[in-house]
Design a protein around this ligand. Structure first.
Ligand code: ATP
Length: 310
């Protein structure tokens, strides 16, 4: 372990998960991405990412379901730290410790969140003083969702999802997430979406004004009526069990339900914290999901917290 007196102290950053309130998939672009219009909301399921100087690059990951998370250079947090390190021209290897509570491969952007956290943590550790705009530019190089996880709150994403504009959302929204073990990869879901659409022309997507006014009203019933995900039919076509999870959440009193991003997590919007507790208990009892978690949004994006003492 590097221990020179002048070494900067380790930095821990807490980063939220995201849910897409609206995910409109446009035409396939020449670069292989679909153009998107999406409305993100950050919710308080968190990962904590700690960066510390070390003799070699390395990564340690803990938490449920993390066996499949790589600890080599393909880990998105490692890629983020290396990007900033190389860009700044440093020679100072970093060890990254990730404590995950964001479901792995769940359509809640856990890997992207860790990348966002690593950028913010390295910026602080190396006292780079990068602006939010500069951090978001680096973030966009790492993935479409990464800039939003730096920013947090509620925002519209266009382009591949990386070009952000803030959205006015009043109050807090209560969510229940049904997290399943069903494997579903993001490219697989987009390919199924293309297959289901066939050769029909697809218009450029734009955010719906009804969703914007529902967010401004702070009324969960109005928002529930506007939840939209163009990838949902594809995710259900590949894994019909997801349709059953959606049905049981609605039967147990959710105001609205949606597949989160490319799935397989299903997100339910409920009236208030009591309804969230009731739905969590009911869904847990049915055993339709591996795990059921409640959360609130919107919350802040990646931010420094006091160092973890483990
Ligand atoms: P998205 O919503 O962005 O499509 P996701 O939430 O479905 O992503 P992730 O949790 O980001 O899925 O994981 C997708 C894959 O990315 C994992 O199976 C893993 O192999 C890889 N990965 C790389 N780095 C990380 C990381 N730090 N945390 C989780 N997964 C990572």
């Amino acid at each position: 372990m590097t221990s020179a007196h002048s070494d900067p102290a380790p930095v821990t950053v807490r980063v939220p998960a995201k849910v897409n309130l609206e995910l409109l998939v446009g035409p396939l672009r020449d670069d292989g991405f679909h153009s998107l219009s999406t409305v993100y909301q950050a919710v308080n399921l968190h990962d904590d990412v700690t960066v510390a100087l070390d003799d070699d690059w390395g990564c340690t990951v803990s938490g449920a379901g993390t066996d499949s998370v790589p600890t080599d250079d393909s880990n998105l947090a490692m890629r983020a730290a290396r990007l900033l390190h190389d860009e700044i021209g440093l020679d100072a290897p970093v060890h990254i410790t990730i404590a995950k509570t964001i479901p792995v491969a769940g359509g809640m952007a856990g890997g992207s969140a860790d990348a966002a956290a690593a950028l913010v943590a390295c910026d602080r550790m190396w006292s780079l003083g990068l602006s939010s705009e500069e951090l978001e530019e680096y973030a966009a190089e790492l993935g479409s969702d990464v800039p939003f996880l730096i920013r947090g709150g509620t925002a519209v994403g266009s382009g591949r999802g990386e070009r952000l504009a803030p959205v006015l959302a009043r109050g807090n929204f209560h969510w229940v997430f049904a997290i399943s073990d069903i494997g579903l990869s993001t490219p697989e879901v987009y390919a199924e979406c293309d297959r289901l659409r066939g050769s029909a022309p697809v218009p450029e997507p734009t955010p719906s004004t009804e969703l914007m006014s529902a967010l401004r009203s702070g009324d969960p019933r109005a928002l529930a009526a506007q939840l939209t995900n163009d990838l949902e039919a594809a995710a259900i076509s590949l894994r019909p069990e997801l349709g059953e999870v959606l049905e049981s959440g609605m039967e147990f009193g959710a105001l609205g339900g949606i597949v989160s991003g490319s799935g397989p997590t299903v997100a339910f919007l409920v009236e208030d914290v009591e309804a969230a507790i009731d739905l969590t208990v009911a869904l847990t009892a049915t055993g339709t999901a591996r795990e059921v978690r409640k959360a609130v949004g919107p919350v802040h994006g990646a931010h420094v917290i006091p160092a973890r003492v483990d």
